[in-house]
Design a protein around this ligand. Structure first.
Ligand SMILES: Cc1cc2nc3c(=O)[nH]c(=O)nc-3n(C[C@H](O)[C@H](O)[C@H](O)COP(=O)(O)OP(=O)(O)OC[C@H]3O[C@@H](n4cnc5c(N)ncnc54)[C@H](O)[C@@H]3O)c2cc1C
Length: 370
């Protein structure tokens, strides 16, 4: 793996100053000079430490993706690295199985964002003692807050997507109440940061045994919540994003707005995100953009596969085949995103700016020549 002997000054220059912080929380809590306040992360005091974990764990500093794929998926990653034109994995990342999925009959009676797969699985691993705590985002869409859930009720209370980025990884630096095994639900950048943290043994990252990554093509920056409040939407119960609309729900009332209304709040760091479907997660979960009460589920790691098998046997999860006609749409969405990012990073390199991804030439050629 390429390691960068860099620290806080470079993190400031390469990530904070150009506005590329993803607010994952991976560097918060490690150093007293980096702080989070709600969904903002900032270096509040200059630090001259030339070599630091803060730099190493950031998902927007040099990230050796092939290395981390091998770390998480072992042999399976080798096959992926061939970049076969017809391979599903070349686009979606390591994929042991791809389903439409939803919470099963024995999953409990909560209302998930879509099919409730994420909550159903986290609830199950906690209930069966596979983990004893889960790092989640709770609260309503306009009042998100980090939650270390240790009870089923707490997991259920965290259902629903909060589109503001939230630095939950900071909780891994807090005393974890003697918890030995943790679960994490995170945006793809957070799962990347988690893998980097596990590599350098930062905080309690090594205790995370299950990482469920959410599909995420963008999240919203710190100006979004003040805007929601100003619009009289500070108390909404649910928010959803469709292809061209954003839906704000309060009780039975649904307010629809054009997606363009919130586009200006998209975090600049999301424009450089190469990983919209959480490639390094054990399981990746998204919407189907087709059937509202189902999720798309990508089974990635061996641990993820074992869990899904067990959850199916226990009626915690229900799956059906991913519809063939939907596959080109999913692949195209991911492909377009990756191509756009590679083009942007290429342009940065030509301007002598640092590109954060270390990819094989085969991978770069695969995407740019398609
Ligand atoms: C910022 C953001 C952008 C997204 N963009 C897309 C997209 O472009 N395409 C797509 O298909 N899906 C996207 N998703 C995922 C989608 O909204 C659902 O979260 C996912 O499909 C899981 O659905 P579910 O029914 O299993 O959720 P639930 O069972 O309701 O569980 C939701 C889980 O998400 C966690 N969570 C909520 N907000 C956050 C957050 N900000 N950060 C980390 N964890 C959080 C909660 O703790 C909870 O555990 C996005 C999610 C987020 C948070």
């Amino acid at each position: 793996m390429k390691v960068s002997p860099k620290g806080a000054p470079q993190l400031k220059e390469e990530v904070f100053e150009p506005g590329l912080c993803t607010a994952c929380g991976g560097c918060v809590g490690y150093c007293p000079y980096i702080k989070a306040a709600a969904d903002r992360v900032a270096m509040i005091y200059p630090c001259n430490c030339e070599e630091g974990q803060c730099y190493q764990v950031c998902p927007r500093t040099l990230t050796d993706l092939p290395f981390f794929r091998a770390q998480v998926f072992g042999e399976r990653a080798l096959e992926f690295n061939k970049f076969n034109q017809d391979s599903l994995e070349a686009v979606l990342g390591v994929c042991r199985a791809l389903y439409f999925a939803r919470a099963g009959a024995a999953a409990g009676s909560f209302q998930g964002q879509y099919g409730g797969v994420t909550t159903s699985l986290m609830r199950y691993v906690l209930a069966t003692g596979k983990i004893d705590g889960a790092l989640l985002v709770g609260g309503k869409p306009a009042q998100p807050r980090p939650v270390l859930a240790t009870t089923i009720q707490q997991v259920e209370a965290c259902t629903g997507s909060k589109y503001a980025a939230f630095p939950t990884l900071s909780m891994l630096y807090q005393p974890t109440q003697n918890l030995s095994s943790l679960g994490l639900v995170g945006r793809p950048c957070q799962v990347t940061a988690l893998r980097k943290m596990q590599q350098v043994k930062a905080g309690a990252a090594g205790q995370v045994k299950l990482a469920i990554g959410l599909f995420c093509f963008w999240s919203l920056g710190p100006e979004f919540i003040p805007w929601l409040i100003e619009m009289g939407l500070g108390l909404i119960d649910k928010m959803d994003v469709t292809v061209d609309e954003v839906l704000f729900q309060k009780g039975e009332e649904v307010i629809r707005q054009n997606l363009a209304e919130i586009r200006s709040f998209i975090k600049p760091s999301c424009q450089l995100c190469y990983d919209p479907v959480a490639e390094l997660a054990d399981l990746a979960v998204g919407s189907t953009e087709y059937e509202a009460d189902w999720n798309t589920l990508i089974v990635r790691s061996q641990a993820g596969e074992n869990l899904v098998k067990e959850a199916l046997q226990q009626d915690i999860l229900e799956v059906k085949p991913y519809p063939k006609e939907r596959l080109p749409l999913l692949k195209q969405a991911v492909l377009t995103k990756k191509q756009r990012v590679l083009q942007a990073l290429k342009a940065e390199k030509e301007n002598n700016r640092v590109g954060y991804l270390n990819l094989s030439p085969a991978e770069i050629n695969f995407y740019l020549k398609l």
